[in-house]
Design a protein. Structure first.
Length: 153
């Protein structure tokens, strides 16, 4: 089973959308295996956003992500990364499809409710960046037999 990282961003926290975001993934049938509220350090954000650290807008992104705690979540499921990306919608929330988290709940490129790992390879780096092994839980989701056809998962 794949795992992926979600960061519920400061705008979602300020707007009281943590439950709404979490519910969307639960209703889809994904399994929550880790969740915590945390303050992000400058060092962690520099590492996490290294791919945009040289962009002129990066200081604003870093300040935004440090403005309140975030809720870090690790979700698990068959083809989880792609599924989560479909649920979240594209980064520019103004252009995100209706029915997605960003399409329904945001109008911003930066304040777009969530960060989601963009690939399986990225998730393998991001999940351990935010979660220690003892913060992730193995548990049997008894409804799994009603979510996947035989041989899918």
């Amino acid at each position: 089973m794949e795992r992926t990282l979600i960061l519920i961003k400061p705008d979602a926290l300020q707007r009281g959308l943590i439950g709404e975001v979490t519910t969307r993934f639960e209703r889809k049938g994904l399994k929550l295996v880790g969740s915590k509220m945390m303050n992000l350090s400058e060092e962690l954000l520099n590492e996490h956003y290294a791919h945009i650290a040289d962009k002129p807008f990066f200081p604003g992104v870093r300040d935004f992500m440090m403005s309140t705690p975030v809720v870090a979540q690790c979700w698990e499921g068959f083809e989880c990364v792609e599924t989560v990306r479909l649920i979240t919608g594209i980064t520019n929330a103004r252009k995100a499809d209706a029915g997605t988290i960003r399409g329904d709940l945001s109008m911003s490129l930066q304040s777009n409710i969530v960060h989601a790992s963009d690939s399986v390879e990225t998730s393998l780096v991001e999940v351990p960046r935010f979660f220690k092994n003892d913060e992730l839980f193995e548990w049997d989701m008894t409804r799994a037999e009603h979510l996947y056809a035989e041989g899918e998962a």
